[in-house]
Design a protein around this ligand. Structure first.
Ligand code: ATP
Ligand code: MG
Length: 292
């Protein structure tokens, strides 16, 4: 098996077709141990790099995770982030917008939850919901906004949003942020299996809701919305990682590779102390050793 992260990165070059990206890859069961081990090594590396990112406080990172239900968003976050220091990490889940959020423009809540530079921010779902669930259900039709903003065909409305998102991500890049965009690409059959597991195992019942079935019925519409959103917003600085998600352990490995890759590229370093402060430290050391 030689599937590499690079095969799931889309940087906006050429046309994006979701069907070109697998939901599952052939990985020998015997190789599972190896990938679990590699994920652990990445987790440790992530912790080292995050410590430096925090100390340097020059660049911020947002890891956003999008997926259909039961694709493993929560468990990916739990596993992949297990090594990082919570002090330098913030996680936010994007649920149905509140009245206050809906009374603002759609990127407002993303901005409100941006981590400060030096932090890792994890977005469980994100502002992409505003071109996914909103598109699939045509929710913009019900928004309290002037007709010039919403009275147009839905294609045009979302073209504008893709542009606004691309501009927003460029703004973030130009202001010291990286956005790591992860789509956990789950197959429809795999989703059915996981829903069944949630129904059959009582301890998992709480994870399942009737609404999940309604969204599943709109599978093809969601795939189209994802295809358009990914195809229109990937760029060199804010690429999409379309991660095959049917084998959770392999998806976790690829996500950890993506995050470590970005952190390595940032190459954070502990701040070096200016010479006069170093001299001061030497003097303090001397005083302490002399019993001060
Ligand atoms: P789980 O996997 O545990 O179900 P979840 O992320 O699906 O987690 P839920 O509380 O079930 O969490 O669902 C949140 C819902 O909010 C999703 O259906 C999502 O599509 C919806 N949502 C998020 N952002 C928006 C938005 N801007 N407009 C409308 N709905 C939104
Ligand atoms: Mg849900």
């Amino acid at each position: 098996m030689s599937f590499k992260l690079e095969e799931c990165v889309y940087r906006g070059e050429g046309k994006f077709c979701i069907s070109d990206y697998p939901t599952s890859v052939e990985v020998d069961k015997g190789e599972k141990e190896k990938y679990v081990q590699l994920t652990e090594e990445n987790t440790a590396r992530m912790a080292e790099l995050q410590d430096k990112l925090y100390a340097e406080a020059k660049e911020g990172v947002v890891i956003l995770i999008q997926a259909m239900d039961a694709a493993g968003k929560d468990s990916t976050i739990k596993h992949v982030m297990s090594g990082v220091n919570p002090q330098g990490c913030v996680v936010h889940s994007f649920k149905q917008p509140s009245h206050e959020e809906l009374a603002h423009s759609f990127l407002w809540r993303a901005m409100m939850h941006m981590p400060q530079r030096g932090y890792l921010g994890v977005f469980n779902r994100s502002y992409y919901e505003d071109v996914l669930v909103v598109r699939v259900h045509d929710l913009q039709r019900g928004y309290a906004m002037p007709s010039r903003c919403i009275d147009m065909d839905s294609g045009k409305f979302f073209e504008k949003r893709y542009r606004q998102i691309s501009d927003f991500e460029e703004y973030l890049w130009e202001n010291g942020y990286r956005v790591v965009k992860i789509f956990l690409n789950e197959g429809k059959e795999e989703q059915a299996k996981r829903f069944l597991a949630r129904i059959e195992d009582e301890s998992k019942n709480w994870k399942f809701s009737e609404a999940d079935m309604k969204e599943r019925a709109l599978w093809d519409e969601y795939q189209k919305a994802y295809e358009k959103a990914i195809g229109s917003t990937a760029s060199k600085h804010a690429p999409w990682y379309v991660i095959p998600a049917d084998q959770k352990w392999f998806a976790r490995y690829l996500v950890s590779e993506a995050i470590v890759g970005v952190l390595k590229d940032i190459d954070p370093r502990y701040p070096e102390m200016p010479a006069d402060q170093k001299a001061h430290l030497a003097s303090c050391k001397q005083q302490l050793e002399q019993g001060a």
